[in-house]
Write a protein of this length. Structure first.
Length: 375
């Protein structure tokens, strides 16, 4: 079978970029039966996977990503005699002369309380186009059961249109115990001896619920004799100090912004943290939760959407809109050594459910089931 891969998402930041960058090498390492035609939009990726004998790399140019998806890729599929075209994102080429598979990373635009985090024009566009993409898709891979259930509900889809396939953290996310490594990372980012970790993006503070995190931390700080410090990782996140009016003294003094943390250092940062705090408002598949579990870090997260699904019983679950509940959960975990140990073990055990090897194997099975299906 000749499998085409739409790989403009290799250049994306955030979850979909992480998904693409991890899935493709796992899939190519696993599958030696089929031939892969990798379609890049960025010529800088040429040669990235050329060492695989069953890979052909092609650069496809187009002035806009919509033209790349809907005109350039269908022609490339025809020229390369592709049997199935796979896109790690939520679009498919409507004119493709072959089977099509896309990946959906959430149904946010169709859920009113979640759509508020997107520009209204984007919501309208996706609501108009997504039914067309589903109709064209031979099968749709969903990253969480929540996403699968939401799309079945809002689009009234036929049975077996979606298949839920979890993914996971990169392979290097493991508990770090080497003292020299931990000390080096602690020094590099100026991390304190005892701290709570959370991660966010410069434009993602509303979605990541940063306002409620600050309120909860202030309550926890006031009620605790020797409070842990709060470390907020992310590029340019120090700007939140002024934007949220954090005080120079009191709890504000104990909030640290180390800036961007390199992915290679993240397992050590998770391992140093006494708690990973992630009461996000909106996640279909929360990658940081799987990373923290793989590193054995106790977790407090939201009792809603994909956060509850992925964390399961390996975290304390809280109402993300209730800072008092968040503060209580922080105190409960940090004041109870036995609870921290239980959450750490449960996280390590549960992390076995979320691996890229498993994701690649199930994705390949899905693609190969389409091999004998007529277009």
């Amino acid at each position: 079978m000749r499998i085409g891969m739409m790989l403009r998402t290799l250049d994306e930041k955030g979850g979909i970029g992480v998904y693409t960058q991890n899935l493709i090498p796992e899939l190519l390492a696993l599958d030696h039966r089929n031939h892969y035609i990798l379609f890049y939009r960025n010529a800088a990726h040429l040669g990235r996977f050329a060492h695989y004998p069953n890979v052909t790399e092609r650069v496809i140019t187009a002035p806009h990503k919509a033209l790349w998806d809907q005109l350039a890729i269908p022609y490339a599929c025809w020229r390369e005699k592709v049997d199935v075209i796979f896109h790690p994102k939520f679009t498919v080429p409507l004119l493709a002369p072959c089977q099509t598979v896309m990946v959906v990373h959430g149904a946010d635009w169709f859920i009113p309380e979640q759509a508020q985090f997107y520009h209204p024009l984007d919501v309208q566009y996706i609501r108009a186009m997504m039914p067309l993409y589903f109709r064209k898709s031979s099968v749709v891979i969903s990253v969480s059961q929540l996403t699968t259930d939401n799309f079945y509900r809002v689009l009234n889809l036929p049975a077996n249109k979606l298949k839920t396939i979890y993914f996971g953290p990169a392979r290097h996310f493991k508990r770090v115990t080497d003292e020299a490594t931990l000390a080096g990372v602690r020094d590099r980012y100026g991390l304190p001896d005892n701290f709570i970790l959370t991660l966010t993006k410069r434009q993602g503070d509303g979605r990541k619920n940063l306002g409620q995190i600050f309120k909860a931390y202030a309550q926890y700080h006031e009620q605790t004799a020797n409070p842990h410090r709060l470390v907020i990782g992310g590029k340019d996140c120090h700007l939140f100090r002024a934007e949220y009016g954090l005080p120079e003294n009191g709890y504000g003094r104990d909030i640290l912004f180390p800036g961007w943390i390199d992915q290679a250092d993240m397992p050590a940062v998770y391992s140093l943290a006494d708690l990973y705090l992630y009461p996000s408002n909106l996640e279909a598949f929360p990658i940081p939760i799987t990373e923290a579990m793989a590193c054995g870090t106790p977790i407090v997260t939201s009792n809603t959407n994909g956060l509850q699904e992925i964390a399961g019983d390996a975290a304390l679950l809280v109402d993300p809109h209730d800072p008092e509940a968040i503060a209580g959960a922080i105190y409960q975990v940090l004041s109870d050594v036995e609870l921290r140990g239980k959450l750490s073990k449960k996280g390590l055990d549960r992390s076995a459910n979320f691996t890229w090897e498993k994701c690649a194997r199930l994705t390949l099975e899905t693609l190969e089931t389409l091999a004998l299906t007529e277009v």
